[in-house]
Design a binder for this molecule. Sequence first.
Ligand code: OXD
Ligand code: MN
Length: 593
Amino acid sequence: MKPPTSNKKLIAWVNEMAKLAHPDKVVWIDGSEEEKKRLEEEAVSTGELQDLNSKKLPGCFYHRSDPSDVARSENLTFICTRHKNEAGPNNNWMSPKEGYRKAKEILSGSMKKRTLYVIPFSMGPVGSSFSKIGVELTDSIYVVLNMRIMARIGNSVLDHLGPTGNFTKCMHGKADLDINKRLILHFPEDNAIWSVGSGYGGNALLGKKCLALRIASFLGRKEGWMAEHMLILGIEKPNGQIQYIAAAFPSACGKTNLAMLVPPESLKKKGYRIWTVGDDIAWMRIDSDGGLWAINPEAGFFGVAPGTNSKSNPNAVRTIQKNSIYTNVALKSDMTVWWEGADGEIPKEAINWKGNPWKPGMVDESGNPIRAAHPNSRFTAPITQCPSISFRMEQHHGVPISAILFGGRRARLAPLVYESFDWNHGVYVGATIASEKTAAQEGVVGEVRRDPMAMLPFCGYNMSNYFQHWIDIGKRLEKKPKIFHVNWFRTDKNGNFLWPGFGENLRVLEWVLNRCEEKVSAQKTAIGYLPNPKDIDTTGLNLPKGTLNELLSVDIHEWRKEQDDHEKYFKQFGSSLPQAIWRECHLLKRRLG
Ligand code: OXD
Ligand code: MN
């Protein structure tokens, strides 16, 4: 196939990779509807995809990944920089030489009897000065069809790239899907990603975590902008004005749910409305007005299916009714899908994510329940299908950010919401976020995992320098967003959640916006500004007496232990940790007395 571009660097690289992997043919992806149909038909004919019920789920497909390949492989993910220190203690490191050698060995000849697809893609609207172009080479139709949903792809991107434009080289090969020959390698100094041996989303859809977070965070530091693991949402207030917030929570803390929130009745009546800009990644830069502006570089959702239902996320349920790809969920006999925590009745029988017959109550040899859907099973769906999609999604300028939220899953300690004293304190709050492990994760339930800015698995360089980058951005911002911490997961003595969460979280966001506009006062405490309980609208919530006070309480004794833990955590960064972070750590200690 003749390359539909005159970009010599691109043509030479595709030729070089084809020579290495030996595909039977090379196909350039144009992004057209005909091409989509052709690829879907081919994938269905080989069993890579199954057609779902065309009446109930039109345009939807089902996919099962290899059972050993169902999640991001953090231990096989490396940052390959010339100097190890550049990757920092937060990343696995390999030298670029070693990385290329190992990946080449696995890829060599691995695409015999396969097709190599060339996917030009843009993260961000095509042509926006925010956006970055990547080209992914892959031997997986599943990857092509997912990338089609998650990014803008095809000829329009090539046109924009032009004969001399630069792009991130994203090489992906499934090879044997052998876990012992699986590597997810990032070469930030070469603007390149090589992923081998996996077909799973985060490892294989290279525009997402690999480019839009790891490589982009590295580029952002060099170029003076930020790539963050954040949702973006617009809150339309009763006066019709829309304010935008960005929020970072570790995985499994409900970013997708918050991004698509449906206002509770009492706030809807007041005139509130939510506009979804993104659920996972924000690229932010300082604009000429001195404020922080953000885009969502993605074009789709790659969301966790289990737990998604009309209560937890009604907008997601409506988004995924058509043109979506379901991975590792359960398949029902009417060719629709199901997962634990889905709407409706539990099916009497289904085929589970491993392809085996499944019935409710089934247990394995050790007596553990057999799941119908994998806990990390996913839907891939176009953002344009989201009922709350922001009309500014395609606007090249992005949206102005009024507030940044950090959060985690903390059964005790962190109050429902608090505001940092200033930017640097806010950076400290972000740097110390943590989440307690749930039963769905490996490790001890309740154990705290620190995950600075929710970027621990995604920061493409030394986290000390990343903290410094945040501090430096603050120095350049004339209009700084206020920084808050939220915790929807506080429990009472019996382990019951104190806060109802989901749509009701808008009540907290209302306070956040009121603080941004200096409409309400707050209580100054050792950890930050806390709401006066009267300033959180609880109309219609029926919260038991005393609950709000409990949600807004700060236990100084526990916070002293927490501060101690911060200090221990930061020691791993040694002398490279920014002074500003140490200063905040000491100030907190002093305030705690
Ligand atoms: C994701 C994650 O898949 O953060 O978005 O793990
Ligand atoms: Mn994520």
